[in-house]
Design a protein. Sequence first.
Length: 265
Amino acid sequence: MSDHHTEQPHTPYLASPLASPAAAARAAKHVEINLERLAQLGMVTSDGGRTSAAEDFRIIKRPLLRAARATDGALRHGNLIVVTSALPGEGKTYCAVNLAMSIAMEMDITVLLVDADVARPSVLKVLGLGAEPGLMDLLLSEQLAMSDVILRTNVATLSILPAGRANKRATELLASRSMSRLLTDIAERYADRVVIFDSPPLLITTEASVLAAQMGQVVMVVEAETTTQHAVKEALRQIEACAHVNLIYNKTKAFPGGEYYGYYD
């Protein structure tokens, strides 16, 4: 393992939902992320310079991008990356947002950040944005297309798919054929796209393991000096069928930056 340290302050979903990049761009709603605010919080932004967080996530993203770009066919949907944790409060959403921002800085990649923590969505809140329709609405409605709920941002290469409205059948929806078709379309329609999913915690909901099972890569965030070894082992047991699992050891002091531990086998 490599070691890098930082510490700092139903058949819905039908009908060609992404007919073309140009059509999607015209239809999608545009939102403004306050990048200055994020930089002040110590988060990664395209114009935030070479901060410790930016350097850490440059290291974190490299093996993920290598796997996503692999052409040998060994990793199905390698460009679908889910970020999860054993328990709430370990910093997974901050890591998901920072990872998405860091990958969006690549020259030849577009990023879709999906809030799949449908019970307690927080991606929009972290980004300083209000609630919007999203993933659950897309899975529940035959009339909605991806372009109806995707949010374009002032980071040209970053788009957001919010969680949408809560639903008590969330686990079944995430395990449904509609979700499987949605993921296949998201993964395969654009060759330059990487999709980051902010997932629920593994030991709190069943949605997380259902979602992880459909991803090419899993990133599990572990809070330093807080999460027990038992919790980590139990969470990893739930995703043991996933072939490509990475750990971020997360120092949560003023800001949940990351310590990269590499691959778990």
